[in-house]
Every structure is written in structure tokens, then in C-alpha cells.
Design a protein around this ligand. Structure first.
Ligand code: ADP
Length: 171
């Protein structure tokens, strides 16, 4: 698997699937989630409502992932995953790891070969960027998948630097 870093906007990525740092309601939010629904149009939200009605009545649990199509975005699919809120008192890194593992599992079900991830949990969920980057890189490297390209799409230079470091550190 090739791992690439891009500084930019995940909604603009031309890959088979982009991953959304969603919240458990699946009904939209800020950050990546807001950008995906704003640019992708209403079809994505309609499919999210269907997922809630059919499968996730109580919401998508933290660490899990579920797919919709991508509306007007250049990607074909959006894989919605719910990152854990960072805690200073409880180690939730297994849940953050699970977001990447489960997203790749769903990508395999879709037969997606290229997947773009944002820095899940590092926005309003307050996960420290360096630690999130290490967990993200380690997990995608350790996961057995048919995905051939993982692209981490980082919004700013600090996030990019953290992922660059994480890739170098675990080479
Ligand atoms: P979470 O709720 O999981 O913390 P956020 O969407 O608040 O998710 O933030 C996750 C990360 O995504 C943050 O580092 C944020 O700066 C970044 N981000 C926000 N918008 C975009 C975007 N359009 N493309 C890529 N990354 C983004």
C-alpha cells in the first residue's frame, strides 16, 4: 500500500472514497463533516438519514464506519466514521485506531482502491495532532486491506508536519 500526504481540502480529493470525521448522529456537524455535506449536496444527508432509520437507530457508535455515496463530490463514496473525543483520564486510542481499521474494512466492501482520510478526532474532539498522526499511520500500516493508496489530507502545515514525522518514525 502507498501512503501519501496532501495538504488541502478532503472534499476536493479524486479518490474512490473519502472518510468523514462524522459524529454519531450522522446528521451533519462542523469541520470536515460540514464541508462534506455543504459541497456534496443533500443526497449524502438523505442517505445518512436512511442509515439511521435502517441500521443505526441510536447513532453510529464511536470507532465504527458506514458508507454513503458522495453526491456532487469527485469521490465515489463517503465513509463516515466517528472518532472518540480525546480524554486526559482514559486511553481511547483503540477507538481511534478502530476508525481507520473499520473505514478500510468498509472500503474493501466497496472495492475502493484509493481512500483519503482526514486527521480524525483532531478538531472539535481535541485529540493532540502528533499522537493522532502516530495512531493513524500505524493502524493503516498494520491493517490487511485491498486498498492500494491511502492519502492523508491535512488541513494545515502543522498537521502535515505531524503526519510526515509519524511516517518517518515508523518506517
Ligand atoms: P473531529 O470531530 O473528529 O475532531 P473535525 O472535523 O472537527 O473532526 O476535525 C478533524 C480535522 O480535520 C482537524 O484537524 C481539522 O483541522 C481538519 N479539517 C477541517 N476541515 C477539513 C477539510 N475540509 N479537509 C481536510 N481536513 C479538514
Amino acid at each position: 500500500m502507498d501512503i501519501h500526504l496532501v495538504q488541502g481540502d478532503i472534499t476536493e480529493q479524486r479518490v474512490d472514497a473519502i472518510v468523514n470525521a462524522a459524529n454519531s448522529s450522522l446528521l451533519g456537524g462542523g469541520g470536515v463533516d460540514g464541508a462534506i455535506h455543504r459541497k456534496g449536496g443533500p443526497d449524502i444527508l438523505a442517505e445518512c438519514r436512511q442509515l439511521r432509520a435502517s441500521t443505526y437507530g441510536k447513532g453510529l457508535p464511536t470507532g465504527q464506519a458506514a458508507a454513503t455515496t458522495a453526491g456532487r463530490l469527485p469521490a465515489r463514496w463517503v465513509i463516515h466514521t466517528v472518532g472518540p473525543v480525546h480524554s486526559a483520564t482514559e486511553d481511547r486510542s483503540d477507538l481511534l485506531s478502530s476508525c481507520f481499521r473499520e473505514s478500510l474494512r468498509v472500503a474493501d466492501e466497496l472495492k475502493a482502491r484509493s481512500v483519503a482520510f482526514p486527521a480524525v478526532s483532531t478538531g472539535v474532539y481535541h485529540w493532540p495532532m502528533d499522537d493522532a498522526a502516530r495512531i493513524a499511520v500505524r493502524t493503516v500500516r498494520e491493517t490487511s486491506t485491498s486498498v492500494r493508496e491511502v492519502r492523508f489530507v491535512l488541513f494545515d502545515a502543522d498537521a502535515y508536519a505531524a503526519f510526515e514525522q509519524a511516517i518517518g518514525a515508523s518506517d
